[in-house]
Design a protein around this ligand. Structure first.
Ligand SMILES: Cc1ncc(COP(=O)(O)O)c(C=O)c1O
Length: 418
C-alpha cells in the first residue's frame, strides 16, 4: 500500500509557496542535534549517527591541511570541477581498487555528502506521484528526500535479512504499479543495523531489471564491518548495470563535517548529474576535497578504519551486554555485524515518543522508532547509536534508559540508579 507522510506540515505562512513545500517533512534526526545542544545537563547521546570526537582523525587532518589544501596553489580556494577535483577522484579510485566498491574515474561524481547523492538521484528519477519503495523502517532523510520530490512511498518490511523482497513484490502488486525507484540501505542498515543477504540482493536486482526500476544503493556503513569482511555490495553485483545508482560518503569513515561523498553511476548519467549539481551548489568545496584526497593518498584511511572497526565492535558488545542486563524480557533488539546502530523493540506497548521526553530528563537520548517510517509505524521501537559513546558511557546510558522506562511505567526506579 502506498503511503504519504502522516505528519505533512501545514503551510506556515501566507506566502505563495510551491506545492512541494508541503512535502518538506524535515528530519527528526537532524533536529535532535540542536535539541541536544540546547540541553545543559549530562546526556548520554545515543541519538545522532555520527562518529564520536575520539573517532575522528582530527590530528592527522589538521597536519595534512597545509599541504593538502595547498594554500600556495593558485586555485586553492577557487571553484572546483563539478564532477569533482581530479586529485580526489584519482585517490578514491585507487583507494577502492580491489574492494567491493571498485570503480573507474568516469563513473564517479563527487558530492557534498551522501545526502546530496540521494537528492541528485531523486531529482533525476522521481516525478510527483511516482512510486518509491523504501525499507520499513528506513533512513528518515532518504524517505524525506523522495517525499520532497512528491513521491508516493511504498514501505517494505525489513527482517533479519534486510528488505523483504517478496513483500516488495506483493505490495507492488497490491498497489497496482511498479516502483520507479527502490531505495535501500543494504548493509548495517540505518536504523535497524540489519544487512540484506546476498540472495536477496540478487533477487532485488532481478526485480529491478524486470520492472525497469532504479535501485538507489545507499551504503555508508559497509566499510565498518566489525570483522573487516564487507558484504558484497549491490554495486558489485550489478556489474555496471545503469539501473543501479550507488551513493557513498566519508561522513562515517572520516568525518561528517567534511561533507564529502561520491556517487558511482553509469558514465552516461554523469552529464545530467553535473547539470543537476550545477543548479544546486556548483561544486563540492575544493579545500576539503583536497584534504580527503591527501588523507587517502597517504594511506591513512585503511589504518583508521581498522582502529574504528575494533572500537565500534567493542561499543556494540558493551551495548548488547547492558541491554541484556536491563532489558531482557522487556524488549528485543538487533545484533548488527557492523555500522553504528541497533534497533530495540519493546514487548509491551511503550510509547517511545513519550519515552524520549522522560529519557532526556533522565540523561539519555535516542531516536523514537516512528521517525523511521513515513506512515508513523514503530511507535514501540527506538534506534540506539552505539558508535559515539565509550563502553562506560554506554553502560550508564542504558541504565538511564531503563530508569526512564520505569519512571514512565510508574515503577520504582530505586534499583536501577546510576
Ligand atoms: C543511510 C544513510 N544515508 C545517507 C546519510 C547521509 O550522509 P551524509 O552525512 O554524508 O550526507 C546517512 C547519514 O546518517 C545515512 O545514515
Amino acid at each position: 500500500m502506498s503511503t504519504r507522510p502522516s505528519t505533512l506540515p501545514s503551510t506556515p505562512t501566507s506566502l505563495p509557496l510551491a506545492t512541494r513545500a508541503d512535502y518538506l517533512v524535515g528530519s527528526v534526526i537532524d533536529s535532535s542535534t540542536s535539541l541536544l545542544a540546547a540541553q545543559t545537563h549530562d546526556i548520554v547521546r545515543f541519538a545522532m549517527g555520527s562518529p564520536a570526537p575520539d573517532s575522528i582523525p582530527a590530528q592527522a587532518l589538521s597536519q595534512l591541511a597545509p599541504e593538502a589544501m595547498g594554500a600556495a596553489a593558485p586555485d586553492a580556494f577557487d571553484y572546483a570541477a563539478t564532477q569533482g577535483d581530479p586529485a580526489l577522484v584519482d585517490a578514491l579510485v585507487s583507494q577502492l581498487d580491489g574492494t567491493s566498491d571498485a570503480t573507474t574515474a568516469d563513473r564517479v561524481t563527487i558530492t557534498s555528502g551522501g545526502m546530496q547523492g540521494l537528492d541528485l538521484t531523486c531529482k533525476l528519477f522521481v516525478d510527483p506521484g511516482d512510486l518509491v519503495a523504501v525499507e520499513s523502517p528506513t533512513y528518515t532523510n532518504g524517505s524525506a528526500t523522495a517525499l520532497s520530490y512528491q513521491a508516493e512511498l511504498l514501505e517494505v518490511p525489513v527482517d533479519a535479512d534486510g528488505m523483504d523482497v517478496d513483500a516488495l513484490v506483493a505490495l507492488s502488486d497490491h498497489a497496482g504499479r511498479r516502483p520507479k525507484l527502490i531505495y535501500t540501505v543494504p548493509t548495517f542498515q540505518n536504523p535497524s543495523g540489519v544487512t540484506m543477504s546476498t540472495p536477496r540482493r540478487r533477487r532485488l536486482l532481478e526485480l529491478a531489471r524486470e520492472w525497469g526500476s532504479v535501485v538507489l544503493d545507499d551504503d555508508p556503513y559497509g566499510a565498518l564491518a566489525f570483522d573487516g569482511e564487507r558484504p558484497t555490495t549491490l554495486h558489485e553485483l550489478a556489474d555496471g548495470d545503469p539501473l543501479v545508482v550507488s551513493v557513498r560518503t566519508f561522513s562515517k569513515t572520516i568525518a561528517p563535517g567534511l561533507r564529502v561523498g561520491w556517487m558511482d553511476t553509469d558514465p552516461a548519467l554523469q552529464p545530467l548529474l553535473i547539470h543537476a549539481k550545477q543548479a544546486m551548489d556548483t561544486c563540492t568545496n575544493l579545500p576539503l576535497q583536497r584534504l580527503v584526497a591527501a588523507f587517502l593518498r597517504h594511506g591513512l584511511l585503511d589504518e583508521h578504519l581498522a582502529t574504528q572497526r575494533a572500537r565500534y565492535a567493542q561499543r556494540k558488545a558493551a551495548m548488547q551486554g547492558a541491554l541484556a542486563e536491563h532489558f531482557t524480557g522487556l524488549a528485543h533488539w538487533t545484533d548488527p555485524a557492523g555500522g553504528f546502530f541497533l534497533w530495540l523493540t519493546f514487548e509491551e506497548s511503550v510509547d517511545t515518543q513519550r519515552l524520549f521526553e522522560v529519557a532526556l530528563a533522565e540523561g539519555v537520548a535516542f531516536i523514537p522508532g516512528n521517525a523511521f517510517s513515513p506512515a508513523g509505524a514503530f511507535p514501540h521501537a527506538l534506534r540506539l547509536c552505539f558508535a559515539s559513546s565509550s563502553p562506560e558511557r554506554i553502560a550508564q546510558g542504558v541504565t538511564r534508559l531503563r530508569r526512564a522506562v520505569d519512571v514512565m511505567a510508574g515503577r520504582s526506579a530505586a534499583t536501577v540508579r546510576s
